[in-house]
Design a protein around this ligand. Structure first.
Ligand code: ACO
Length: 321
């Protein structure tokens, strides 16, 4: 049996920070509201493109794995905010990291994209099609934020995280996975004026993130919790086997509600939403890196991760580090 071991990880956190107090100088809000409703204290705003964020995170992951870009067979970029649509953004990352000739593809499942991409790369490694992949998630969400609208201005941030997957005989990497999508209400979370749907396109209107927060909140808790249950059943595990939960960071209260539903203690849950806000596909990739840096994830840790996002997509993954 071939596994897809995670041998490297890295992140790219833009240096510019916007605090809640700073946002409250632009739009009518305050630190107390944002902190109690979302858990967010500050977020990062990138001055460079999604491709550049993805490149730096991938370079760190390659250095961590001790291999070169030229060793890579596949670059999968999870993003819903690509630098360019054509050519795809993954091809620029492939070029920047020196992975000449490697397959390069963007994956858009919004906030669930990183887990979708890990599932895809793992399947290719397990099928013997490739030996090594970079799976990177990068987002420039603030590009689509309308800073005059307080509901979305406070929630989002920019950043990137990456992992290197390598074929291995040691049982590790993605050992259980569930992805899905309920498209019935896909309109409750979308970026307006983005794409080629002329019925919805207003050439003079802004491209901005629109969402029904309360509805998404409920569905995210349910979707992520049920996906975790499915993956535990698939892997024939119980929650007591899980050392660390790395959830998508959309709202601290979503994480807490999910934790309550699954009955997991705080000390097993990776949370960094206070520093970065919601970086969509990148939240889990960044959180995995920081959980390792903080010693929460150790060699052989059993990790459960779950995400929910536009589509409405969801994903859960059981990963052995
Ligand atoms: N500051 C002050 N007041 C605000 C702000 C703000 N930044 N934003 C909204 N309000 C006001 C609203 O206008 C409303 O006022 P009203 O009662 O006078 O009408 C009041 O606060 C309550 O608004 P709600 O929408 O009910 O607030 P809620 O507690 O649901 O929190 C939030 C809103 C934070 C968006 C929450 O619903 C949420 O996190 N939802 C899920 C996250 C989400 O949708 N993310 C989008 C990406 S999807 C994903 O990542 C899963």
């Amino acid at each position: 049996m071939i596994y897809a071991k995670i041998t490297g990880w890295g992140k790219c956190i833009p240096p510019a920070t916007i605090t809640n107090d700073e946002i409250s100088q632009i739009v009518e809000t305050n630190d107390e509201w944002i902190t109690t409703r979302t858990g967010i204290k500050e977020r990062r705003v990138s001055h460079v493109s999604t491709a550049e964020l993805a490149t730096v995170a991938s370079q760190h992951a390659l250095a961590c794995a001790g291999i070169d870009g030229s060793d890579i067979d596949l670059v999968l970029l999870a993003t819903c905010t690509p630098s360019t649509m054509v050519a795809n953004t993954a091809s620029l990352v492939q070029k920047n990291i020196g992975a000449q000739g490697a397959a390069a593809c963007d994956t858009n499942a919004a906030c669930s994209g990183f887990l979708y991409a890990i599932q895809n790369a793992t399947a290719q490694i397990q099928a013997g099609m490739i030996k090594r992949a970079v799976v990177v998630a990068a987002e420039r969400m603030t590009w689509y934020v309308n800073w005059a609208k307080r509901d979305s201005a406070v929630l989002f941030g920019d950043g990137a995280g990456a992992v290197v997957l390598e074929a291995s005989e040691t049982p590790s990497g993605l050992l259980g996975s569930k992805t899905g999508c309920d498209s019935t209400d896909r309109n409750i979370l979308h970026i307006e004026n983005y794409g080629t749907d002329m019925n919805k396109y207003n050439p003079t209107g802004p491209s901005e993130l629109l969402f029904e927060g309360r509805e998404i909140f409920k569905r995210a808790v349910k979707g992520m919790s049920e996906a975790c249950d499915d993956v535990l059943n698939q892997a024939q595990l119980t929650l007591s086997d899980i050392d660390v939960l790395v959830p998508h960071q959309a709202n601290l209260r979503i994480i807490q509600a999910m934790q309550q539903r699954l009955d997991i203690n705080d000390d097993k849950v990776m949370v960094n939403i206070d520093k970065y806000g919601n970086t969509s596909a990148a939240t889990i990739a960044i959180a995995l890196c920081e959980a390792v840096e903080q010693g929460l994830i150790k060699p052989h840790s059993n990790i459960m991760s779950a995400a929910f996002g536009a589509g409405l997509t969801w994903a859960a993954s059981y990963i052995k580090w």
